[in-house]
Design a protein around this ligand. Structure first.
Ligand code: DAK
Length: 632
């Protein structure tokens, strides 16, 4: 199944999470049924959605018309058969009770055709175990939404033991279409975020319980160490101490003594009182608290990698997108050095009772021994046969290009180029933006010499896009501003979603485009139009950009990646020698006079004739068969 095959989504459970998920799905253009066991629950869910949308209209986040369209797309019912009829995806969002879930999945398995994908929005139960209730292991997965589900952008996509890669890829794509930042993980206690976030809350309580620090000291330590505005106790007051306690108990049951709930957390849960946040802060106690919080964080994050639960990148996205931390645990470990991180983890393990201690996670041990860093790239590469998808992944900053991103992109392109099986690369952005420009926060302190080096780095990377043999397609999924648009201009083909906005807004910041915009744009749209766009800093919609020849094609946002992949596979099916020579011939030709360019073409096409691919391609036509190109 492809993302565009999904038209109707059924959400089971009209509580807070179910209603939020239904709203998000309807907002993304799907037909939705919201089902609960009693009419009053269904009406309650629909009322909540209506209220949220009214608030959205009041705050000008959605128009009245959009709000009505969203509500019109959601149909409430108590009838299970009616709810799932025609749905390609069913999302279960009922109580965290395995027995109730068992009944529901048994019923669903009978009612839904085998190709329907069933997912559970569980936060603590085993996806593998739930999948076993049904006869569709490969088409069963977990989708863990975070509160509030309609707004929070993080989505954990959980693979049970039998979940197929196709189902996982589909759900990752679907998450993106629904405006989420999806992170992929194995079925494991606490999945990604709760696995390291809940022990951080618990550690805060241990610190106070052991009188290492008082509550305000721990709050201050956490805010400073993790770059957040609200520490663990204030957060527990806001979201509920019972959730923290029960979640820690689940981790304890599944993972053992190192995850035992703090007696203070248990006592506070039983007292049913909020934490008192008042008190003085002693800097020395704050310092110790900070080290302990970092220690537990780094220990658990390293365990996630040791156990193969997720990638470092996805673990960090969980923190920056889901928890709004300034950085994720792996970037933090790299910043302070893995040797120091190992020391903090070791020191934290020593604070556990002797029977609860565990060995230093091996990946951290090895990195620290070699004084090496975790590999955490801001450009994530996936491959689909001969097609590579390079996703700029810094969604908390709308994928703005800082030095790290440019270097990571350079390395990702180099790796693609070095792999002869890859013929086409698609560059796109994680989250709502393609790339919202060069990183303004990094540029603000640059000296002229540093700015020069930064510009040259951008030039080198974008030039590589033009000069590499691999064909590069830009799939603009949102904002492509400044450096983002300049990156797209270096690509061979530019596709965009209807949501895309492109422009070169630099002059409004007192600078001018520095990653090739002043040079590539006039070559593309002519100097008058280029000057108009650069000097007015005007942003264009995708349709407007297409009208002036700035991009190749515009697609509905749920179709963009499918179309980009289809085009990439089509190109990858052509003669490999021919496509790379054709790319270079076009790129060179537009820079030089026609006679020289035609001479270039003579030499280039003669080279094609020296290839085995030419023999195969022409002969296959005569034999009326599909050519089998070898790329030589
Ligand atoms: N740089 C750094 N952070 C950015 C960013 C950028 N270009 N664009 C967005 N962000 C961050 C925001 O600061 C915010 O971070 P937090 O406050 O949450 O920490 C987060 O992304 C979300 O952004 P917003 O809250 O602003 O999101 P909205 O949806 O409200 O607005 C927007 C989206 C795209 C309209 C807005 O973010 C915006 O106007 N962004 C700036 C767009 C822009 O001006 N782009 C051009 C950048 S200048 C050179 C080399 C290169 C260049 C020039 C010279 N040499 C070294 C000389 C190229 C220059 C550029 O590209």
């Amino acid at each position: 199944m492809r993302p565009s095959d999904i038209r109707k989504v059924c959400v089971l459970g009209a509580g807070t999470m179910g209603a939020g998920i239904a709203q998000r799905a309807a907002q993304s253009g799907y037909q939705v049924t919201l089902r609960d066991i009693e009419d009053r629950f269904v009406q309650g869910g629909l009322d909540n959605i209506r209220k949220t949308l009214e608030e959205g209209v009041r705050r000008k986040k959605v128009t009245q018309e959009q709000s009505e369209t969203i509500l019109g797309a959601i149909h409430g019912t108590t009838d299970m058969a009616e709810a799932v009829e025609g749905a390609q995806l069913v999302i279960e969002a009922i109580f965290e009770d395995m027995d109730i879930k068992r009944q529901v999945f048994e019923e669903l398995d009978k009612l839904c055709p085998p190709e329907t994908i069933l997912v559970s929005n569980t936060s603590s139960l085993s996806v593998t175990e739930m999948a076993k209730i049904t006869s569709r292991g490969p088409n069963f997965a977990g989708l863990h939404y975070f509160y509030p589900a309609a707004i929070n952008r993080l989505l954990e996509v959980i693979a049970g033991d039998e979940t197929s890669e196709d189902t996982m890829d589909l759900l990752m794509d679907l998450g993106r279409i629904m405006g989420k930042v999806p992170i992929r993980c194995k079925d494991s206690p606490g999945f990604i975020v709760n696995r390291y976030f809940v022990p951080y809350l618990n550690e805060a309580c241990r610190l106070v319980d052991e009188k290492v620090a008082n509550i305000p000291e721990v709050e201050a330590a956490a805010c400073e160490a993790f770059g957040i505005g609200m520490g663990p106790f204030a957060l527990m007051n806001a979201t509920g101490i019972p959730i923290a306690y029960h979640s820690q108990c689940s981790l304890h049951d599944a993972l053992g003594e190192a995850y035992a709930p703090s007696p203070l957390l248990k006592a506070q849960f039983e007292k049913e009182e909020k934490w008192d946040l008042e008190g003085d802060v002693d800097p020395a106690a704050k310092e110790v608290a900070s080290k302990r919080l970092l220690g537990v964080e780094f220990a658990v994050a390293s365990q996630l990698i040791e156990e193969g639960v997720c990638t470092t990148e996805d673990a960090d996205l969980g923190a920056t997108i889901g928890l709004r931390w300034a950085n994720g645990p792996f970037v933090m470990m790299n910043q302070i050095g893995t040797k120091e991180a190992r020391y903090l983890v070791g020191a934290w393990i020593q604070t556990l009772p002797e029977t609860a201690r565990f060995p230093m996670p091996r990946p951290l041990e090895e990195l620290a021994a070699g004084d090496a860093n975790w590999s955490v790239s801001t450009v994530v590469t996936e491959t689909e046969g001969p097609v590579a998808i390079l996703r700029v992944s810094r969604p908390a900053a709308l994928n703005a290009l800082n030095t790290d991103v440019l270097e990571d992109l350079g390395e990702a392109l180099e790796a693609v180029e070095a792999d002869p099986s890859l013929r086409v690369a698609i560059i796109t952005g994680e989250g709502n933006a393609f790339v919202a420009g060069a990183d303004i926060k990094e540029m603000v302190t640059k000296t002229p010499l540093e700015a020069r080096a930064f510009t040259q780095l951008g030039h080198r990377v974008f030039r590589r896009i033009e000069e590499m043999d691999t064909i590069v397609i830009a799939a603009i999924n949102g904002y492509a501003l400044g450096g983002g648009m300049e990156m797209a201009l270096a690509c061979d083909i530019i596709l965009a979603s209807e949501k895309a906005r492109v422009g070169l807004p630099e002059v409004g910041l007192g600078i001018h485009p520095g990653f090739g915009g002043t040079q590539r744009l006039p070559r593309l749209v002519g100097r008058w139009k280029a000057k108009e766009l650069i000097l007015t800093a005007q942003q264009l919609s995708a349709k407007e950009a297409k009208a002036i020849g700035l991009l190749n094609e515009v697609y509905p946002s749920d179709m963009l990646m499918e179309k980009a992949k289809a085009m990439a596979h089509r190109i990858a099916g052509m003669g490999p020698v021919a496509i790379k020579l054709a790319k270079h011939a076009v790129n060179r030709g537009v820079e030089i006079d026609l006679d020289t360019a035609l001479n270039y073409e003579v030499e280039s096409v003669s080279l094609c004739f020296a290839s085995e691919d030419r023999v195969e391609g022409l002969q296959a036509f005569i034999d009326r068969r599909k050519p089998e190109f070898k790329g030589r």
